[in-house]
Design a protein around this ligand. Structure first.
Ligand SMILES: CC(C)(COP(=O)(O)OP(=O)(O)OC[C@H]1O[C@@H](n2cnc3c(N)ncnc32)[C@H](O)[C@@H]1OP(=O)(O)O)[C@@H](O)C(=O)NCCC(=O)NCCS
Length: 162
């Protein structure tokens, strides 16, 4: 099924936070991420911190629905150093709707928005310990380059030409 996308609005803020928390909590559990060792992880972010994050990083977020329910979110922001690149951010599908191709659809939708704005490369950070997620992004055409951070905040940089 094709998902319908709409930009995040004030009225849908709480719903977006709920989707993010529900999608990221199983990941946090699986990877040993807790509010103590990683308070800013999306699994634990409340509305106020989410808004702060969106403003700080200038992230544009879309919500995706299957006609009845909200199934996911996805966002992007301009890279600060490499002007041709844009960051893929906050990609999530609620657990009960995963593995139906929605994650791939959301990534493609966001990449299309980046292309419209003239970006030629999409980059992202993927938890280095999250093997299924690394495979997901590789299936979307991303290749790993380097790593950054340590412990539960160790991330693999990945990129894809648009
Ligand atoms: C990553 C995510 C958006 C993928 O959404 P999705 O709708 O399941 O994606 P698709 O159906 O398009 O692709 C599924 C593929 O992703 C991979 N995958 C991603 N996470 C997986 C997991 N936890 N377990 C198994 N496979 C996983 C598999 O390769 C799977 O393919 P398969 O079903 O053929 O085995 C979703 O798992 C999610 O919301 N995860 C939690 C939030 C997160 O980590 N976001 C990324 C932040 S950068």
């Amino acid at each position: 099924m094709n998902l319908a996308a709409e930009p995040l609005k004030t009225e849908t803020l709480m719903a977006a936070v709920d989707v993010l928390q529900r999608s990221f909590r199983p990941v946090a559990e699986r990877l040993g991420i807790t509010p103590e060792n990683y308070p800013t992880h999306p699994a634990f972010q409340e509305a106020r911190q989410f808004v702060h994050y969106l403003n700080r990083e200038s992230v544009i977020v879309y919500l995706f629905a299957d006609g009845v329910n909200l199934v996911g979110v996805g966002g992007w922001s301009m890279a600060r150093k490499d002007l041709g690149s844009a960051w893929l951010k906050r990609i999530a599908v609620v657990p009960e709707q995963q593995r139906r191709g929605y994650g791939a659809q959301i990534v493609q939708y966001v990449e299309e928005r980046m292309r419209e704005h003239g970006f030629t490369k999409s980059v992202l950070l993927c938890s280095s310990a999250d093997a299924p997620l690394l495979r997901f992004y590789e299936a979307q055409g991303y290749t790993p380059s380097s790593t950054t951070g340590a412990g539960v905040k160790r991330y693999t940089r990945m990129g894809k030409a648009l």
